[in-house]
Design a protein around this ligand. Structure first.
Ligand code: FMN
Length: 331
């Protein structure tokens, strides 16, 4: 039996539901070619960061200067840098142009942002460079004691309203899971006009040594067991949103990809698995997906997608359960 693993995602045609997530591996053309050869449906380029855009945009520096926000001496420093250092923003646009010229799969650009200031014009340049879509990596750590939950959530809607008024390519949001009303937040974001929401980004967690008190980085790569939070929320949300959902974090195997699709994800995006096993591992993940579909006699993804979503499964309560209750009682 021939199975069809192609899918729509954000209005784009993807030949497979496995997407290369934004990370260091998606920052050069050689790797992007390798991802295409290995069967992924789309690539999401390494993010350009809001801080970088603001830092390297002369206009905003001049604006900061005129508002008294920056010391004139600092301007000399920036001028020096502009003359000495290659402009990473132009490099990024070149990467998009080159990737578009060489690849046949969709190329999704990515901006990491907190506010809707300083980078919107650059997003237009990304669109002009030919990116098929833009993913915004929006992560608000709710640690500011002067901001309420509502204030924090308003930041998401502000960013979305501004970006959607600036560009016409599909926009997706990659968010974290910190919200007191996460279901409602995801639902309302899906109604703004964004074409996709990625659940969830994996955050950088600080750690430090007890001997030296030096800060270190923990768990840069995810573990195969880290998929469960995303699985729960894909299952809860997939029948309740007005845009596509992508599953992210902990997708290290074809089997986990199948789970996320059963929960209702349109696509899955993976990064750590390719750091651990290499980019060609995508072929193995996709072969496992196809083998499972053949065994189960599913001719295409729509034949089983969402079958285990909270709204369609035989046991919706499983996704609402958070307490272990009796699990460890007799152990
Ligand atoms: C080394 C590394 C660099 C990353 N850089 C970015 C980035 O620039 N922008 C972004 O949106 N996500 C970035 N991510 C997050 C991944 O895209 C992904 O959302 C996260 O790692 C969870 O997926 P995984 O479990 O498959 O790794 C990075 C992840 C890793 C491991």
């Amino acid at each position: 039996m021939m199975v069809d693993i192609s899918t729509d995602y954000m209005g784009l045609k993807l030949r497979s539901p496995l997407v290369a997530s934004s990370c260091g591996l998606t920052s050069n053309l050689k790797n992007l070619r390798s991802f295409e050869e290995s069967g992924v449906g789309a690539v999401i380029l390494k993010s350009v960061y809001e801080e970088e855009i603001i830092h390297y945009t002369k206009v905003s520096i001049t604006r900061m200067l005129s508002s008294g926000f920056i010391y004139p001496e600092a301007m000399d420093y920036f001028e020096f840098e502009f003359n000495q250092i290659k402009d990473p923003l132009s490099d990024y646009l070149n990467l998009i142009r080159n990737a578009k010229a060489e690849l046949t799969i969709p190329v999704i650009a990515s901006i990491n942002c907190l506010n809707a200031e300083g980078w919107l014009d650059y997003a237009q340049k990304i669109e002009q460079a030919g990116a098929d879509a833009l993913e915004l990596n929006l992560f608000i750590l709710p640690s500011d004691f002067t901001r309420t939950g509502q204030d924090n959530e308003a930041m998401y809607f502000d960013v979305v309203a501004k970006i959607l008024s600036k560009i016409t390519i599909p926009v997706s949001l990659k968010i974290g899971y910190y919200s007191a009303a996460l279901g409602m937040l995801i639902q309302r974001l899906s109604e703004t006009g964004v074409k996709g929401i990625t659940l969830f980004n994996r955050m950088y967690d600080p750690d430090f040594s007890v001997d030296t008190l030096e800060f270190t980085t923990t768990n840069v790569l995810s573990h195969p067991s880290d998929f469960a939070t995303s699985l729960r929320w894909i299952a809860i949300m997939s029948e309740r949103v007005k845009c596509d959902l992508a599953a992210s974090t902990g997708i290290h195997s074809g089997q986990t990809m199948v789970k996320q699709l059963l929960a209702g994800a349109k696509v899955v995006s993976a990064a750590s698995a390719f750091y651990v096993h290499g980019i060609p591992y995508a072929q193995e993940m996709l072969s496992d997906l196809k083998r499972w579909m053949e065994e189960q006699s599913y001719p295409n993804l729509d034949a089983f997608r969402g079958k285990m979503s909270k709204d369609r499964t035989y046991n919706p309560a499983a996704f609402e359960r958070v307490q272990f209750m009796r699990y460890f009682k007799d152990r």
